[in-house]
Design a binder for this molecule. Structure first.
Ligand SMILES: [Cu+2]
Length: 218
């Protein structure tokens, strides 16, 4: 089974902000922060501008995704273990998995992910639809319960690389940064492995509903 890539065929590729030495030396206006509520091309796109992380997401079913108001970058107590990613070629989709643990006494919500290996990453779930397993964006992102662990695994919740900008070769380490609702960034490196499962079809039409409310749109 091949992963269908309809979302990428339908939507334009979106650049992820990368701070280079030249942009740091340039005036502050060289790269403006996304305007809250303005439309963006693909849900899951992130930008970090002047210490604030912005996430493009679906807020109204059937409408274009929009930039959120952003949140100041801070640290998080989340940790991850057994993290790995699926080997795939440049231009393809891939996914990352692992055990995410929240040692605090309050739930932590992951709202986005970033990586230098993909222009857009999304937080996906796998659901049964018309007798078929399909993957789609998880409304509200991933909530890690207080003192709990969330397993990201093939056939379940996972971090989706929507379009690889480089090959993920077995044995390599790919960096991934998770973004929490309160701006916490947690960066880890996932070991790339060959894996032949987890090829659910992607259903972009299902990434509807308000993923800010945390309510299920299904
Ligand atoms: Cu997926």
């Amino acid at each position: 089974m091949n992963i269908r890539n309809r979302a990428l065929a339908a939507g334009a590729a979106v650049g992820v902000a990368i701070l280079s030495a030249t942009s740091l030396a340039a005036p502050a206006s060289a790269h403006d922060a996304p305007k809250a509520g303005s439309t963006c091309a693909m849900s899951g796109t992130t930008e970090v501008v002047h210490g604030t992380v912005y996430v493009c997401r679906n807020t109204v079913a059937g409408k274009k995704p929009r930039w959120d108001a952003g949140r100041t970058v801070t640290s998080t107590k989340l940790s991850i273990s057994d993290q790995w990613a699926k080997a795939a070629k440049k231009g393809q989709m891939s996914a990352a998995f692992g055990m995410v643990t929240n040692p605090t006494d309050k739930p932590i919500r992951i709202v986005a992910a970033m990586s230098t290996a993909s222009t857009v990453l999304q937080l996906h779930e796998v659901v049964m639809k018309d007798g078929q397993m399909v993957m789609q964006q998880k409304n509200g992102g991933f909530v890690i319960p207080a003192g709990g662990t969330l397993e990201l695994k093939p056939g379940g919740n996972h971090i989706m690389f929507m379009k690889l900008t480089k090959n993920l070769t077995a044995g390599a380490q790919v960096p991934v940064t998770l973004v929490t609702a309160d701006g916490g960034l947690m960066t880890f490196k996932a070991l790339v492995k060959v894996y032949n499962g987890g090829n659910e079809n992607y259903d972009p039409s299902a990434s509807s509903g308000s993923d800010m409310s945390g309510m299920s749109g299904m």
